[in-house]
Design a protein around this ligand. Structure first.
Ligand code: SF4
Ligand code: SF4
Length: 475
């Protein structure tokens, strides 16, 4: 059954508590996903998870201030596409170093699986760009329009000067923040000082205007308009996270046994549970979930319902943690293994460690000079008039230093092989140079087919080598 089509039930759900894990599938019948039929105006309450959410949101300050950091006379983090270089503080990555980027992406992807396995959608709840921005935008909305009930009343009210003024100001601020987000994104690809010079002079290439504009429209539509609906219907991670969660995953969970039968204070009998049916846990939820219907699809694991319920429990002098981070095993009183005692966790950890090792190795091997040699295949070899065999090679050298390099080319590995002429090459600072050269060897010193041949370029304290082959006739 699609929970999106199911209306939230008022029926008590205490029967879940006694029926074992298999019965949990029935919980989906009680889930409710707000498919946009009503706008969510979540209430804000102080608490430790609220504080944690603000703290993780502050990490995005790095995104906004990152482009303004300088290092060695240039922008500290810059993806310079025209010159095919990426600068990260003191490191310069050339295209041949980008394999490390794939390892970084692998770590991020596996890190997401790892986190989801252990604490569900904690990434969505605390770190995801979309949820953090929605949190900031709704905070601004609250400052301008007031409490959730005032916002609902304002939405329902007929258009007036006051409503127009408030709504216009709110959307202008949203658009400004969306534009700032887009400009900041662009400034990772073009020096931010240059960028602002273009903007203030209203000039520059079309892409410095079009990229932030596209980003601004995307940000405004996703954050200001779609909000949690983007998570429900557009985010692929939200759709696949269910397969990464298991009964040992720790997520915000309502304690059925303790909470049910829920009853409002003064309206219950002696057998009533601790839940006083105040609905505050639903009122604070940014995705409109009623966690009392079980761990469910719409929950982004933000823990704000825990803050709300704890505050209520303290107020009515009942023990806190009626809603808390716990696994389904714990909820059903089953022994819960330690979080790391799962095969998947070990596999994810190993992949991340191996990738990290690759990145560390790669950065230590990032010399100031690199060499690639391509054996020319048209023709594979040439028989010269003196009977010797000649091969042609294309050398590609990258000088990653800030000074010009004077390099000497040498070969080794094939008896009697020599360069057609001695090669001394000048490579300007920060440049890529291609150079064709010929190697010949007496035929009687060669074995048929391929013989390993090593190229070495050295000069001014720098050295790089490359293993190639020398091709001789088969007969
Ligand atoms: S149910 Fe609780 S943890 Fe889940 S999204 Fe709502 S407030 Fe956050
Ligand atoms: S906040 Fe706690 S007491 Fe109030 S409805 Fe939710 S679970 Fe029940």
């Amino acid at each position: 059954m699609n929970p999106a089509n199911k209306q939230q039930s008022d029926e008590p759900v205490d029967s879940f508590a006694d029926n074992g894990l298999d019965q949990l599938y029935n919980e989906a019948d009680y889930w409710h996903v707000n498919v946009g039929e009503s706008k969510i105006h979540a209430r804000r309450m102080p608490g430790r998870f609220r504080r944690l959410k603000w703290m993780t949101a502050c990490l995005y300050l790095i995104y906004f201030f990152g482009p303004y950091l300088r290092w060695g006379g240039r922008q500290a983090i810059l993806i310079d596409i025209p010159n095919r270089k990426t600068y990260i503080f003191g490191l310069t990555f050339w295209p041949q170093d980008y394999w490390m980027l794939s390892l970084v992406l692998l770590i991020l992807a596996i890190g997401l699986f790892f986190t989801t396995t252990i604490v569900g959608r904690a990434f969505c709840g605390y770190f995801c760009w979309q949820t953090v921005w929605v949190d900031i935008f709704t905070w601004i909305e609250e400052k301008l329009e007031g409490s959730p009930s005032a916002r609902i009343a304002l939405d329902a009210a007929p258009w007036s000067m006051r409503k127009t003024r408030i709504k216009a100001l709110k959307h202008l601020i949203f658009l400004f923040l969306a534009a700032l987000t887009g400009v900041t994104f662009t400034s990772y690809f073009i020096d931010v000082r240059e960028l602002w010079t273009y903007y203030t002079a209203l000039e520059g290439h079309a892409y410095i205007w079009s990229v932030p504009l596209i980003f601004m429209i995307g940000c405004y539509c996703g954050v200001a308009l779609l909000r949690e609906q983007l998570c429900f219907w557009l985010c692929p991670y939200a759709r696949i996270q269910g397969v990464m969660i298991d009964p040992q995953t720790i997520m915000p969970t309502y304690d059925f046994k303790r909470g049910e039968q829920r009853a409002r204070i003064g309206k219950g009998d002696d057998k009533s549970g601790d839940c006083i049916d105040c609905n505050l846990c639903v009122a604070v939820c940014p995705t409109g979930v009623d966690i009392r219907s079980g761990q469910q699809e719409g929950c982004i694991t933000c823990g704000l319902c825990i803050d709300a319920c704890d505050a209520v429990m303290e107020k009515v002098n009942r023990p806190t943690r009626l809603i808390s981070y716990r696994s389904l095993f714990e909820r059903h009183g089953e022994a819960s293994n330690l979080w790391y005692k799962r095969g998947r966790v070990y596999v994810y950890s190993l992949i991340m460690l191996a990738s990290l090792g690759g990145i560390v190795y790669g950065t230590t091997q990032m010399g100031g000079l690199s060499l690639t040699v391509i054996h020319e295949r048209q023709p594979l070899f040439t028989r010269l008039s003196d009977g010797s065999i000649q091969n042609r090679y294309l050398l590609k050298m990258v000088n990653k230093e800030k000074k010009e390099l004077l390099l000497t080319v040498a070969i080794s590995g094939v008896d009697g092989a020599m360069l057609e002429k001695s090669e001394r090459l000048i490579i300007p600072a920060g440049a890529v140079k291609s150079h064709t050269l010929f190697v010949k060897a007496p035929e009687d010193s060669l074995v048929a087919g391929n013989t390993p041949l090593r190229f070495t370029v050295t000069g001014q304290g720098f050295s790089a080598d490359y293993k190639s082959v020398f091709v001789a006739p088969l007969e």
